[in-house]
Design a protein. Structure first.
Length: 798
């Protein structure tokens, strides 16, 4: 997609023609309900195409028309709700990608943690969370300090030693309560200010949220108490003029404490992002003018020659030029075994060089590195929603207004039908109903689990693109595997050497490889590579001749050597004899056998095949054990496909399928009522990956396949599919637990708050207990979501 560069406050902005996207911080976004309010408010502004607030990161992603609105205006609206001088820090971004800062891991993007720069070393997001936590704790300490004496002095006639000083109905008591009212107001103004400002913004947006409920509950209690202090004579009974400043102060303290603990717990759910960003190297040893110099990794440019020593992190993506080493790629791919890298091999930035030293050429830096792209994909997925969340959003939209209506109905019922003092009981019921309801628990139930689950996937080398993909993956019943490059390595390798006529195996291979060294055919290349792997010395061949459709011939020293099929030998009058049976067996196994003849006599045969990847057999067995049907899709002939299928344990084979027909085969399976996952790596797999309910791309495959997929397996191993399915099931199970708990809490809590237990058991819930229960419900959701952080693959799920 074409992008247009620009500059805002020194930061590059990329955009689509006519529209741009920007991510701005918003201190107004504290929870899912306030996120909905801010999003709706921004969507109503002129020039704004769409807006999505992220409660986890306290940011808002806005798509806008650049000719109608400026970034400065958007930042002001997001932060304050109205334009004013002074603009908050803005994170411009591409509509389709990520703008990275000077380091390769500094994305400024939608709904994402602000990631590492040289200044913050990857800790900006956690530092912001720490600041928010400390701010909330200061507010809590103030409310708690006021709340303790307020609870005692609200009912002094119940406490020996105080009842004589402050008898009920006395002027001394009224004076004490007046002082308490001032302190209670200070608590509302300082500790609870966010509830009232949030409620006001929601009102302007014609919405209601958690802030509305808390502000109404504590505000009504304070206003009622203040009227009781100033004009007690208007109440018909003395007991009705009691004050509820303790409700105002303690409820505020409990809710603020709950928010502080939420911030602390929520920070842990984004730990995967911080771990990924923390992987990057800080400096690189670059060769400049023949001299090795250490430079910040942000100064590395494509084409730079970089020296990497043992024990150092590879700074950026590149290609080895000289030297070799074993590289630990586990932090990116999830594979524990080091990978040997030599001249011409690709290396990934942020991986660890273990044993040797080498020089590499930088090929990808900044936003283009594998690490930066992984961070972006994880952030995109964490900012998305699972389909079930859309239902929750609809319910939450009606939840708060419904609670307000219930509160009013409860007040009326208790005032008309309740025991004396009816007004006091009615106030208690109304306030308790407002406070106990917790839309935030509903709002956080899925995002918290999704964030943790996607992050856990990234830790195991699995990049899940969206919440949709995660939910559908958990419901798959069929997995279709492309053969070449997915089940197999996708490149031919020497598999068999069968000497005949008294020839030695090494001699046979040496002669065949010497002839094939002149050829560029992939099968010839495999034979040559097999000989060199065995340390055989090849002899230069002369008089080389390729016989189309048959094979090759050449002279090696004084010997005339043929390498080819049975038709080439028949043409030369050479009999195959007993090797015909061996040839047929190898062919039935999906291999390509080739005869070798020397000086007119059969010397044996060699066979080449696309070999099965390590772990494919085990992965397919684990998929079948999980109840999934596994099929293999390939353009190869039926015999080769059947041979590979037998080897790896696949029961259903779709062979001789043209690239353009692969999507049709997936569609046929879907018409059978199946939820189909497709695993592939090539350009010709892209349509099938798109057609499937979930597309899995092998990370070692083409960019086209990866772009078309919903899930990317960085390691290239099929075990990643097993792990992806297991993670998605664990995450969705966690989501259902959270939603069940959140809905159950509100379904049980609201009737109790309305006093339905009072006629039966004489139980009427206190607003203080309601506030504690409301905070506890949110913390329960967060704690349950964070249990996913301890998830580990079982045997067969990695």
């Amino acid at each position: 997609m074409r992008t247009l560069p620009g500059e805002i406050d020194g930061v590059t902005v990329r955009s689509e023609p006519g529209t741009r996207s920007v991510v701005v911080p918003s201190g107004r976004v504290h929870c899912e309900s306030s996120a909905a309010t801010v999003s709706e408010e921004l969507r109503g502004q002129p020039g704004v195409v769409s807006a999505h607030a992220d409660a986890k990161q306290h940011t808002v992603e806005v798509s806008y028309l650049a000719d109608l609105v400026t970034v400065e205006q958007i930042a002001q609206w997001a932060e304050t709700g109205s334009p004013r001088p002074g603009v908050a820090a803005v994170h411009p971004m591409s509509h389709t990608g990520t703008d990275l800062g000077p380091d390769m891991g500094t994305p400024h993007r939608a709904s994402a943690t602000r990631v590492a720069t040289d200044a913050d070393d990857g800790s900006a997001a956690s530092a912001e969370a720490d600041r928010e936590y400390r701010s909330l704790m200061r507010r809590w300490w103030f409310a708690a300090a006021v709340g303790a004496p307020t609870m005692v002095l609200s009912y002094p006639w119940l406490i020996p030693g105080l009842r004589d000083w402050f008898p009920r109905g006395s002027d001394q008591l009224r004076g004490l309560w007046a002082v308490m009212g001032v302190f209670a107001f200070a608590v509302l103004a300082y500790s609870g200010s966010q509830f009232f400002t949030g409620a006001a913004r929601a009102l302007r947006a014609r919405q209601a949220n958690m802030h509305t409920l808390i502000a109404l509950g504590t505000g009504v209690a304070w206003v009622y108490s203040t009227i009781a202090v100033i004009a007690p004579q208007i109440f018909p009974e003395e007991s009705m003029s009691d004050v509820y400043y303790d409700v105002t102060v303690v409820v505020t303290a409990l809710v603020v404490l709950g928010l502080a603990l939420e911030v602390k717990a929520r920070g842990r759910s984004s730990e995967a992002i911080r771990k990924l960003v923390g992987l990057q190297a800080r400096t690189a040893r670059v060769v400049r003018d023949g001299v090795e110099v250490d430079v910040p990794v942000g100064d590395v440019v494509v084409g730079d020659e970089i020296v990497v020593r043992p024990g150092e992190k590879i700074p950026v993506d590149g290609q080895v030029r000289t030297g070799s080493s074993a590289v630990d790629e586990s932090m990116i791919t999830g594979e524990s075994m080091p990978v040997i890298k030599g001249r011409g091999d690709e290396v990934i930035g942020a991986t660890l060089n273990t044993t040797g030293a080498f020089r590499m050429q930088a090929t990808k830096v900044g936003a283009d590195t594998a690490l930066a792209q992984i961070v972006r994909l994880v952030q995109d997925a964490q900012a998305s929603k699972v389909p079930i969340q859309r239902v929750v959003d609809v319910v939450s939209g009606y939840f708060t207004p419904a609670v307000m209506i219930l509160s009013i109905l409860g007040f009326v019922a208790w005032y008309d039908l309740g025991p004396s003092p009816a007004l006091a009981y009615a106030i208690i019921v109304a306030v308790t109903t407002l406070i106990i309801a917790c839309p935030c628990a509903l709002g956080m139930a899925t995002p918290m689990s999704l964030t943790t689950g996607v992050g856990k996937g990234a830790e195991h080398g699995i990049l899940i693109r969206s919440g949709d993909a995660l939910q559908v993956t958990s419901r798959l019943d069929t997995v279709v595997l492309d053969k070449t490059g997915t089940v197999t390595w996708g490149r031919p390798a020497l598999t068999d050497i069968v000497p005949a006529g008294g020839w030695d195996g090494d001699e046979l291979l040496e002669l065949a490889a010497s002839v094939d060294a002149v050829s560029e055919h992939p099968l010839a290349t495999a034979i040559v590579a097999g000989a060199r792997d065995r340390g055989l010395a090849l002899t230069e061949a002369v008089d080389f001749e390729a016989v189309p459709g048959h094979g090759v011939r050449a002279k090696v020293g004084t010997r005339s050597v043929l390498v080819g099929n049975e038709r080439l030998l028949a043409r030369e009058g050479i009999t195959i004899g007993d090797l015909a049976t061996t040839w047929q067996r190898l062919a039935d196994d999906g291999k390509t056998p080739m005869f070798v003849a020397v000086d007119g006599f059969l010397a044996g045969l060699v066979a080449v095949a696309d070999t099965v990847k390590d772990g494919s057999v085990a992965a397919i067995a684990h998929l079948k054990a999980a109840g999934l049907q596994v099929a293999m899709l390939t353009g190869d002939n039926q015999r080769t496909a059947d041979a590979i299928a037998r080897l790896v344990g696949v029961d259903r084979v779709l062979a001789e399928v043209l690239p353009q027909d692969k999507a049709d085969e997936i569609r046929k399976l879907q018409l059978e009522g199946r939820k189909v996952g497709m695993v592939g790596d090539g350009i010709n797999d892209a349509p099938a990956l798109t057609q499937a309910d979930v597309g899995f791309a092998i990370g070692t495959g083409t960019d086209v396949a990866i772009e078309a997929a919903d899930v990317t397996l960085i390691s290239g191993s099929l075990e990643g599919v097993v792990t992806a399915v297991a993670i998605s099931k664990a995450t969705m199970r966690n989501v259902r637990q959270n939603l069940g708990g959140a809905f159950g809490y509100n379904v049980l809590g609201l009737p109790i708050a309305l006093g339905l237990l009072y006629p039966l058991f004489g139980i009427l819930l206190s607003p203080l207990l309601a506030a504690a229960a409301m905070s506890l419900s949110s913390l329960t959701v967060i704690s349950n979501a964070n249990r996913l952080r301890n998830w580990k693959p079982k045997d067969g799920s990695r």
